[in-house]
Design a protein. Structure first.
Length: 302
């Protein structure tokens, strides 16, 4: 499998991402790296370490904890931050609920995923962050494809897809007014396949969730979801223990699981190559409306 990887292509993507990482460090005073514990944010950390080695990365890791995360994600997050010596800040959605800043959804399809926006914006304000690095890629979802590398956000954290700055000749304009910030996406030009092939090539450690494992799950509208204590079942839904893995990792309430026997990186690459649905196709939050992602991004989402 490793012989079929286009290493030159991956090294070009790596060089571009590292260049953007260094631009962030040059143009901004208090950048943060948004860390979800998913493969893209893990890749960003790996690239940041490469970009600034042997120094420590000049970014604070910021994780928005919904309170409904996979425990494997939280452990991996803590272990990685300790391993690379990075400062880790955790924003709590539960605290936002307790403080009355957001209202928790109710009902069988309730999710805290949308509530992350308020907690994220509060965390950025508290840290006085002027840039937030994210792992968005243009192949994930149509709203992602509209965004530039440097994505300007106004004083309310909002994004205007019709008012974006040109990025000709790899020149990035990070000028902003007080209270505004940028979201920056160094791996915009990567695909899901690029990410997994690079992870295989670099042998990057990944959370166990990405590999096949037995988990109690139930099927809802054609999607397998984890049967956690806070997940309410609808009439007729039953819990089964199956071999599954995560293709993308987020809040448990909206992260669809894939039936899989892929227990190593080479198997995952083969599986992704054969897939006919994008990884975001397994996220129930994107199914709420045709413009679900774009609407959330305009409000200040990742």
């Amino acid at each position: 499998m490793t012989k079929t990887i286009n290493r030159n292509h991956l090294r070009e993507l790596e060089s571009e991402a590292i260049f953007i990482m260094r631009e962030i460090a040059t143009q901004f005073e208090r950048p943060v790296l948004l860390f979800s514990g998913g493969k893209d944010s893990i890749l960003l950390v790996h690239l940041a370490v490469k970009a600034f080695y042997p120094a420590k990365i000049p970014f604070t890791l910021l994780h928005i904890d919904t309170g409904h995360n996979f425990q494997e994600t939280l452990k991996f997050r803590d272990d990685l931050a300790e391993k690379i010596g990075a400062k880790l800040v955790v924003g709590s959605v539960q605290k936002s609920i307790d403080d009355g800043k957001v209202t928790e959804e109710t009902g069988v399809d309730a999710s805290r995923n949308k509530l992350q926006t308020s907690t994220l914006l509060d965390s950025i304000a508290e840290l006085k962050a002027d840039a937030a690095i994210g792992g968005g890629r243009r192949d994930e979802e149509k709203a992602r494809a509209k965004e530039r590398f440097f994505s300007h956000r106004d004083a309310f954290g909002q994004w205007d897809p019709k008012n974006q700055r040109p990025e000709l000749w790899n020149l990035f304009n990070g000028k902003k007014n007080v209270g505004e910030h940028f979201r920056v996406f160094p791996i915009s030009n990567w695909t899901e396949m690029d990410v997994w092939q690079y992870i295989l090539m670099e042998d990057i450690e990944m959370p166990s969730l990405y590999y096949t494992h037995k988990r109690k799950v139930f099927n809802r509208d054609g999607m397998w979801l984890a049967a956690e204590s806070f997940m309410e079942l609808k009439e007729g839904e039953k819990v089964e223990e199956l071999d599954v893995r995560c293709r993308t990792i987020g809040d448990v309430t909206c992260t669809g699981l894939t039936l899989s026997m892929a227990d190593n990186l080479e198997d995952i690459v083969r599986e992704v190559a054969a897939a006919r649905e994008t990884e975001r196709g397994g996220r129930s939050d994107d199914r709420r409306s045709e413009a679900a992602m774009e609407d959330r991004k305009k409000e200040g989402y990742f």
